[in-house]
Design a protein around this ligand. Structure first.
Ligand code: SAH
Length: 226
């Protein structure tokens, strides 16, 4: 990712294919495709996705498509980000502590930052997290703590979490993660190898409830840090 130094307000607001007008078209599309939360839609409108992706692809930032972010990783398509965020919130307006596995370029972290009191974000690739952290700090997102580590372990220091969101796919739901959910907390996670589905696990007073949602395609969740 590019070193922006100071990021001007103009650059954040965007112009032409990164302008509010272009973003509004994306938001209209997300609404048509079933994203119902006004809060999530507003965040999709106001979060400058064009600053999070690889150089030279800014003009595609508000297309509903996944894009490369370097280190062989991708930022999810906006529809999936919006849907996962909506599933994480469920009927709740605002969350306390949220754990994110897979900081990547930091775009999802930026969205979560506005919906939670505190975000904890783990990424296994050091450079990606370094860049994400710098950008998010420059943009003024302050309530995010970062760890370069292996998300399979979760982050026990700050558990339990009201929400855990995973943006890389393991072949099975990691038991260590559901143990770190608060009662009423939700885990949103893509699961599978060649074929993946989005799952939601909710911790209840007596155990866990699991629901399967749409088919998705995420990069694999890998063991260990890099
Ligand atoms: N939410 C990100 C999506 C990044 S892609 C965004 O908005 O850009 C998924 C990320 O998960 C990759 O950066 C990948 O390195 C990371 N990842 C994969 N396995 C992981 C693990 N075990 N622990 C932490 N991060 C992991």
């Amino acid at each position: 990712m590019k070193d922006f130094g100071e990021i001007s307000e103009q650059r954040i607001q965007g112009i032409g294919r990164t302008s509010k007008r272009t973003r509004q078209r994306l938001v209209d599309r997300l609404r048509r495709e079933g994203i119902g939360s006004e809060k999530v839609l507003e965040l999709m409108l106001n979060t400058p996705r064009h600053l999070f992706i690889s150089e030279g692809l800014e003009h595609k930032a508000y297309d509903n498509t996944p894009l490369p972010i370097g280190n062989d990783q991708t930022i999810s398509q906006p529809y999936i980000v919006a849907m996962m965020t909506e599933l994480l919130l469920s009927e709740r307006e605002y969350l306390g502590k949220v754990l994110e596995i897979g900081t990547g370029c930091g775009y999802q972290s930026a969205i979560l930052s506005k919906l939670a009191k505190q975000v904890y974000s783990i990424e296994r690739i050091r450079e990606l997290q370094f860049d994400a952290r710098r950008l998010l700090t420059q943009l003024g997102y302050r309530n995010i703590k970062y760890m370069n580590g292996d998300g399979f372990q979760g982050w026990t220091t700050y558990q339990p979490y009201d929400g855990i969101i995973v943006t890389a796919a393991p072949s099975e739901i990691p038991q260590s993660l559901i143990k770190q959910l608060a009662i009423g907390g939700r885990l949103v996670i893509p699961v599978g190898n060649a074929e993946q589905t989005l799952r939601v696990v909710t911790r209840t007073r007596t155990g866990f409830r699991e629901n399967t949602h749409v088919a998705v395609r995420f990069v694999p969740m890998l063991q260990g840090r890099a």
